[in-house]
Design a protein around this ligand. Sequence first.
Ligand SMILES: Nc1nc2c(c(=O)[nH]1)N[C@H]1C(S)=C(S)[C@@H](COP(=O)(O)OP(=O)(O)OC[C@H]3O[C@@H](n4cnc5c(N)ncnc54)[C@H](O)[C@@H]3O)O[C@H]1N2
Ligand code: MOO
Length: 415
Amino acid sequence: MARLKGIGPGHAPMTLAEAGARAVSLVAPVAGTQALPLSQADGRVLAQDVFAGLPLPPFANSAVDGYALRFDDLAPGAETRLPVFGRVAAGEMAPAELGRGALRIFTGAPIPPGADTIVMQEDVRREGDAVLLPPGLRRGANLRPAGEDVARGARAFEAGRRLRPQDLGLLAALGLERLTLRRRPRVALFSTGDELTEPGGKLPPAAIYDANRPMLRALLARAGAEPVDLGILRDDRDGLAARLKEAARDCDLVITSGGVSVGEEDHVRAALATLGSLDFWQIAIKPGKPVAVGTIAETPFLGLPGNPVAVFVTFAFVARPMIARLAGTACDPLLRLPVRLGFSHRGKPGRREFLRVSVEPGADAIPLARRHPGEGAGSLASLTQSDGLVELAEDPALAEEGSIQPFLPYSALLG
Ligand SMILES: Nc1nc2c(c(=O)[nH]1)N[C@H]1C(S)=C(S)[C@@H](COP(=O)(O)OP(=O)(O)OC[C@H]3O[C@@H](n4cnc5c(N)ncnc54)[C@H](O)[C@@H]3O)O[C@H]1N2
Ligand code: MOO
């Protein structure tokens, strides 16, 4: 495990890109695979390449309801009258060959040898046992050849692929029912702080309900981890150290929120210093400046800040790539979409800022971003009432109203 050099509060904050790269360098893919049915494979990572054991589609078939025929039976430039000699629906065998005439055919039905063109039923006239075909048809129209989508033997997926619902569709079409998947990383999760109370109970004076853990549990699950929820750690250095040590024994990563700032009540840093190695990072972003990283007996540790919006942002840019690497998959680069600012914002030079915004259709093709009035890093309502984050680069510090800026919808950060 690579050891980081310590970066104390006196040092210059690092960039977000540097922090993300360092965080990823701390972890390695977890070992172990599981054979699981397709029904449990969404969001899981393939441990092996998958090759197509059959072509898709498996046989040439019709893309429409209509008539199958031989293109050369059509009169060039004139209407053609052909006898209808049979009928084939999806799931039925096609006749052994096509005689002179047209075969009534339905979408998905196999095409008999000899037929090379399908005409949509809306484009023909039916007269008794004959069909009248207009001129101008295209050879090969509406026919789906065997293997057009996936050739037999082709690699359908590479090992390391994080499966999406559409992938499950393709795997099923290839006839696969069980897959060899990587084990999900087990991520221990704690909240820290004497002020925290479990939701559902009575709220004592000066207390708040623990909001970060339910949010992080869900973020972890969506990122492809198995959350191991270990509750709230109180601000007591020895108790806290014992529980962190135990969690590190059973899990692939330990995540906490809170207690990483500079106050003397911020005990996570102190506990970590006695357990393993600890580096305290300041990242040049807002929100989400303080993050603690390190190891507890070889298990990586990530201490997120306590403010809920800072939790959300640091999870997206620091924790998510770590979890992807642990899970054995690539963290897809985030696609920023252009939006036009409906406000101007002066930031601090050298600091990247994430502003919560709602987007709406703009006067041109570019959506308009409106800033949420709740600016504080503690404002959960602002996260729920916005569509995503506008990302303002370190420089220039002034982002002017009307300028085009990158936007990250929450959906992109939750995958
Ligand atoms: N003197 C300074 N004070 C602070 C600084 C600083 O640089 N100098 N940084 C501020 C920033 S930025 C942040 S972010 C916070 C991070 O502090 P901690 O990680 O130590 O977090 P806490 O102090 O424990 O909590 C901060 C805030 O968040 C609330 N919180 C914590 N956990 C939860 C939870 N599970 N659910 C809901 N809310 C939670 C907590 O009650 C505090 O209000 O420090 C600033 N201070
Ligand atoms: O991380 Mo703090 O919330 O930057 O404000």
